[in-house]
Design a protein around this ligand. Structure first.
Ligand SMILES: Cc1cc2nc3c(=O)[nH]c(=O)nc-3n(C[C@H](O)[C@H](O)[C@H](O)COP(=O)(O)OP(=O)(O)OC[C@H]3O[C@@H](n4cnc5c(N)ncnc54)[C@H](O)[C@@H]3O)c2cc1C
Length: 428
């Protein structure tokens, strides 16, 4: 038997669940499918290994959806400062002090109470599942994978692994970077696998919860500190991210915790507080990937299904939330005008709004990636001059901060100029 909806969303990760909650609040009938079970949270749990820096823009969107209050009631750590600096040796080390390449973004300079929050993915996802389930029009199919897709001018259907068929005017692929919906719809991607991988390490450190998130850049990749909640007994949790070659990360992962902890303490910038425990660690391959189109007939892509970017400035899910918000508003307009939800002109409007914005963020991340991962002196010099210039001009620095925080969608000129000089980015 086929169950009919206005929209079927495949994937109830953070982005798919947000879209379902938003469409449900606007009165749409939504079928929301995820192959995983409901996310769970209890206050005594150690933090999820997957955490995200949620921007002020994402906070506003999650507030509109009614999820932010629940997120704060579970766990979220605000940060008021964000620092980025260079730890590499280079021919000009003796001339240029380390601090010239340091940029510190401070909420106080932006008249904001904070720059963002570090939130465990499972907390965000759980709050959004609750919001989606509260909407009478949303039906959740948890624990079921989509195995096939029908997509033509007249209808769109998905079949679940138990044979259930769901139909909608529109099917949304929110099923992540390896999206099955995207391949079933015949949508290709452009992709670049970075040479680095990211190892995420959940740790406890001595001292109160810090209000700063930072990233030090080494020739082999950045090393970052993201503060989490208090662990009690004078300790706090944090998430560390160590970017390096797959071989080096495999070596580090094989070490005993006490030896790894000593290696981290030596290898990270001196700003790292004294570690007391390692809880969990996992490594992730990182790739820049962009779907060649976001739309095919009655299928549309959002979030990581449409684009993945280098996670070094933590913008992936923030972009995904902007996709969801934009698609929501396009579909509301279509409904108000009485048109088909898969009206090509309206879906083209969604892609027209989101593709350039996602591409701009990809470019910005790649500029950082290429400039900070390259040992050659000209790039090094350029890098220092770029950040030095940004620091020298509070206006430019604030523009960078606002872009990174998701409250200004204009790429700062210094980054845009550098982006245009990098090879391999034009085909995005
Ligand atoms: C190391 C690392 C650090 C990161 N840090 C940040 C950060 O600080 N800030 C930030 O904004 N982003 C960050 N990101 C990126 C962020 O995690 C992703 O952008 C985000 O999780 C994408 O959300 P999504 O909902 O689009 O996809 P996913 O989270 O991948 O969700 C996809 C969902 O689809 C379901 N699914 C898949 N296939 C099927 C199927 N066939 N049938 C049914 N269901 C299916 C899955 O179960 C899953 O629930 C980071 C990424 C990495 C790797």
């Amino acid at each position: 038997m086929t169950q009919a909806f206005d929209v079927v969303i495949v994937g109830a990760g953070m982005v798919g669940a947000a879209l379902a909650a938003g469409l449900g609040r606007s009165g749409f009938r939504v079928g929301l499918v995820d192959q995983g079970g409901a996310p769970s949270f209890n206050a005594s749990q150690a933090p999820d290994i997957r955490v995200s820096a949620l921007s002020a823009g994402s906070e506003r969107y999650l507030t509109e959806l009614g999820a932010w209050h629940d997120i704060l009631a579970m766990r979220a750590t605000p940060y008021t400062r964000l620092a980025v600096w260079d730890e590499a040796d280079h021919p000009l080390s003796g001339v240029l002090p380390r601090k010239i390449a340091e940029v510190v973004f401070d909420a106080r300079n932006l008249s904001a109470s904070h720059l963002g929050h570090i939130v465990e993915n499972r907390v965000t996802q759980q709050a959004l599942w609750t919001c989606a389930e509260e909407q009478p029009g949303v039906t959740l199919f948890a624990g079921h994978a989509v195995t096939s897709l029908g997509n033509n001018e007249h209808n769109a259907t998905v079949t679940l692994d138990d044979g259930t068929e769901l139909s909608g005017e529109l099917v949304v692929g929110a099923d992540g970077a390896s999206s099955g919906v995207r391949s079933l719809a015949g949508i290709g991607v452009t992709r670049e696998q970075y040479q680095q991988q990211a190892m995420v390490i959940s740790v406890r450190y001595q001292g109160a919860v810090q209000d700063i998130t930072w990233q030090g850049f080494y020739p082999s990749g950045p090393r970052a500190f993201l503060p989490l909640h208090s662990a009690g007994h004078g300790e706090s949790w944090a998430s560390l991210v160590w970017y390096d070659s797959p071989e080096e990360l495999a070596r580090l992962k094989s070490l005993d915790d006490s030896i790894l902890m000593a290696e981290i303490q030596n290898a990270f910038p001196p700003e790292l507080p004294l570690l007391t425990h390692i809880d969990t660690k996992a490594s992730f391959p990182i790739a820049r990937q962009h779907a060649k189109t976001y739309v095919n007939n009655r299928v549309v892509l959002v979030g990581d299904a449409a684009h993945t970017i280098n996670p070094l400035a933590g913008q992936g899910v923030n972009l995904g939330f902007q996709d969801a918000r934009c698609l929501q508003s396009v579909l509301r307009e279509a409904r108000r005008a009485g048109s088909d939800l898969a009206d090509p002109a309206r879906l083209a409007e969604y892609e027209h709004q989101r593709r350039p914005a996602n591409r701009r963020m990809m470019l910005a991340m790649d500029v950082f990636y290429h400039l900070f991962s390259n040992r050659t002196p000209p790039l090094h010099l350029l890098r220092n001059l770029g950040l030095g210039a940004a620091k020298a001009m509070p206006f430019a620095r604030n523009r960078v901060a606002k872009y990174a925080m998701g409250i200004d969608d204009k790429l700062p000129p210094v980054i845009r100029q550098l982006a245009e000089r990098l090879p391999g980015l034009k085909q995005l």
